[in-house]
Structure formats: structure tokens, C-alpha cells
Design a binder for this molecule. Sequence first.
Ligand SMILES: NC(=O)C1=CN([C@@H]2O[C@H](COP(=O)(O)OP(=O)(O)OC[C@H]3O[C@@H](n4cnc5c(N)ncnc54)[C@H](OP(=O)(O)O)[C@@H]3O)[C@@H](O)[C@H]2O)C=CC1
Ligand SMILES: N[C@@H](CC(=O)OP(=O)(O)O)C(=O)O
Length: 457
Amino acid sequence: MQGRGRSFSNSLLSTSNNSAAVSRLSTQPSAASLSLSLSLSLVYTEILTGLVFSNLNFTSLSKPSLCTSEFLLTMKAPTIAHSRHQFLSGGATFSLRPKPNLHRPTSATFTVRMSLREDAPSLAVVGVTGAVGQEFLSVLSDRSFPYRSIRMLASKRSAGKHLTFEDKDYVIEELTPESFKGIDIALFSAGGSISKQFGPIAADCGSIVVDNSSAFRMDENVPLVIPEVNPHAMAHIKLGSGKGALIANPNCSTIICLMAATPLHRHAKVLRMVVSTYQAASGAGAAAMEELEQQTREVLEGKEPTCNIFKQQYAFNLFSHNAPVLSNGYNEEEMKLVKETRKIWNDMNVKVTATCIRVPVMRAHAESVNLQFEKPLDEDAAREILKNAAGVVVIDDRASNHFPTPLEVSNKDDVAVGRIRRDVSQDGNFGLDVFVCGDQIRKGAALNAIQIAEMLL
Ligand SMILES: NC(=O)C1=CN([C@@H]2O[C@H](COP(=O)(O)OP(=O)(O)OC[C@H]3O[C@@H](n4cnc5c(N)ncnc54)[C@H](OP(=O)(O)O)[C@@H]3O)[C@@H](O)[C@H]2O)C=CC1
Ligand SMILES: N[C@@H](CC(=O)OP(=O)(O)O)C(=O)O
């Protein structure tokens, strides 16, 4: 299994020279008038078998990265009849997808995907019908995550329903203890109780479980991982060793906060962190997102808002996070920020306090983060550190009052940081305030989990 996702089958990839490619292309039984206008250093011979294009001219073919399994195929496309083409070759499915913003291009970039491959791991997605489960599928596709098969799992309610993924039809199966036979990687997002019940069963079957719930996060034998922050925590877990394992995905507020705080922590060591969150509906699942939409419509129409998920009006309102309130007055979401930060930073002395608020935003969390450092760190140095941090973008334009917003980061992979400023309540440069926004379902959940899975490949 080791090295899966990085090796390419010779039957699919040929380094034949350009003239060979041209002659092969011209023999295709298609309606195409294909002609190559640039030299190709890499040529997919098998891919082109059976491919029917009309009036397309390839202008270049490149492979941006060995790890992505993606080839960029640039072609002149005077008319594109279909937004998505699919063809089969050598047992693998390849899709050509125009980038969404290019509807009627004169020249378009297409991605040739080769995710479905015999030499790739078998996957299971648990909770596939949910907000996070659906995002798992989007991220798998966006990142061309290699897979041999995918088992789509949800509750009995969804069993038998169909879903389409990368142009292939799947039947959703009910999650049972037998679901994990032959599964290499299981992505869980069906809530803590399901994870507690089925996570260990999957691991016993030899699957590596990446669990989105809070079920195992504080278990000392389970790594709690943000790939940009503490990848080393899961270094001992190997795909293909025959041994299953559990890896926990942190809480979404913790992920988004630590994406910004960790690069600064590495330079100046955070002694104390005060976090105030503004959390989106998505954190409470697909039904909460629907309720926010429905309530917004109802309030605008002068109707009484329907309150099924939350016990109070959500639209045009905000309230303390819905997680249970504990005996110390903090709610569970707040204490996750405290405890998970300590575990991820492997620093039991870091002081963290948090206040978590649910705001009527659809899918991205925002957080105000106040940091106190052991060593001085001025705001310009902090801005530079953050600009160079993986998975972080800086939006910090004081002149035009432009800073991160939930809408700007929605459906984006990167966490945005702005309002980077010295904390005037602290002496010298020992304190900073920053404002962070991140897509809760993406980096806060599905993307982080799939980055974890990528580290197994
Ligand atoms: N940072 C993080 O890691 C985050 C983690 N999460 C975790 O992910 C979980 C799911 O979140 P989200 O997608 O937003 O929630 P949703 O409510 O949108 O989806 C819940 C999913 O769980 C499935 N499910 C429910 N009961 C069962 C069952 N008995 N057996 C199998 N599947 C079941 C549902 O299937 P069906 O449609 O059939 O009912 C559905 O697919 C959360 O409970 C939380 O634990 C969520 C957000 C962030
Ligand atoms: N943090 C999510 C809730 C959640 O799913 O948390 P966890 O993954 O820790 O259970 C929210 O915005 O409400």
C-alpha cells in the first residue's frame, strides 16, 4: 500500500513523443477533428481511447504536481456542448471538467482526473448524507484523492437512496458493523455516538478511521491532528500495515483558531489566548442551515419563525453556543477550545479561555483571538509570519477597512486572518489581536480530515 497515490500505471501514462501522439490521436474513431498545436512532453495515450470531442484543439498538457493525480489539459474549445465529459479507460474513470467560471471559453483549462484507480485505497464515508459528509465528497473530488472504491454509508433512513459522485451512481448503505470489511480509510462524520460505537469496530477491521466527532479527541492514544500544525502526531500510523487506527479531527473552532495562532506561537510562544467566536449554522448540521434559511424567509414575511433545531429565533439574532453548559459555566464548545489547544500544541500550561456565540451566518466561522506572548512579536513581523503560513491568507487592509468575512472564506480552503494589531492593554509587543475566518465545513471539518488522509498515502 505504501506509495499509493504516487505511482502511475504505465498503461495510462506514456512519455511517447509528439509525433507518436499525433498519429495515435488521428486514428481515434471519433467525431473529432483533433489536432495538436504544441509539443506534448507527457501524453496520455489510453485516456484518449474512445474519447469523442468535436472541434477541440489541445494546446498543452501538463501535470502540476506528482501528488495531485491531476493533469491540466488546455484546449481550444470554440463550442463546448456539455459541461462535463466522462470516459472510461483502463478500468479508471476520468472526467474533464471546465472550471466553473469558464462557461463559453475560447480557451479553457480542463482537469483530467484519475482518482478512481485500482492501486488506490478503498474508502468509506460515514454520514455521507450530512453537511460534512457531502463536503467530504466535494473535497475528495476537488483534490483528486485517489480511491479504488467508495462505500457510501448513512442511517437506515437513507439506505437504498442513490447519489452520484464523479459521474458514477452509488447506492447509500446502512451503517453496520460489517460495513468496514476491506476498507482502508473510513471518514466518519455521523456524530459522536456513532463514532464511539463504530469507530473501534472499523479500526479492528484494519481501517484507518479519520473521525470528525469529539468522541476520541481527548483519548491519549488517539492523535488529534491539524496537518499544518502537528502532522508528527500521526507519524506512527501507516496505511497498508494491516493495523487499523483512530485519528481525530479537531473541533472546527479549534482548527480555525490554531491555523492562525500556531505560526505566531512558533515564533513567540503563546502564554495565554482569549478566543471569542461567531459560529455559523453549518456547525449544527444541514438541518440547522435549512432552519436559518427558512426562518429568514418567515421573518421577512412577518410570520412566526419555525424553531426546531434551536429553541430560539436564529435569523436576525445571535445567542450563546447551543452546546451544553457545564458546571464551570463554560459550554462544551468553549472547553473544546481550551483542551484541544493544549493537546495539539502539546503544552498543558497554555492558558486558554473562550466564549462561543452562534451567529446567523451560513457556513463560515469567525473568531477574535487575543494572544499574550512569552517573547515580543510586533504586528509587522506577525503579518509577515502569517503571510508565509501554509493554509493562511492575510486580508488586512486598514485603509479600505477590508478584513476577513465569512462570505469571502465560504467554500475556500484557506483560513483568512486580519485586524492584526498590537494589543494596547499589554506592555510592549507582548500581545496581539487578530481576527480569523474559516469555512467551518471545509477546513473546519472535511478538508482537514482529508488532508489527514492524504498524509497516509
Ligand atoms: N470540526 C469537526 O470536525 C466537525 C465535526 N462535525 C461532526 O460531524 C457530525 C456530522 O455533522 P453534520 O454533517 O454537520 O451533521 P448532519 O446532521 O448534517 O448529518 C448527520 C449525518 O449522520 C448520519 N447519521 C445519523 N444517524 C446515523 C446512524 N444511526 N447511522 C449512520 N449514520 C447516521 C446522517 O445520515 P441520515 O441522513 O441517514 O440521517 C447524516 O449523514 C457532527 O455530529 C460532528 O460530530 C461537524 C462539524 C465540524
Ligand atoms: N463546532 C461545531 C459543532 C461540532 O460539530 O463540534 P464537534 O465537532 O466538536 O462536535 C459548531 O459550530 O457548532
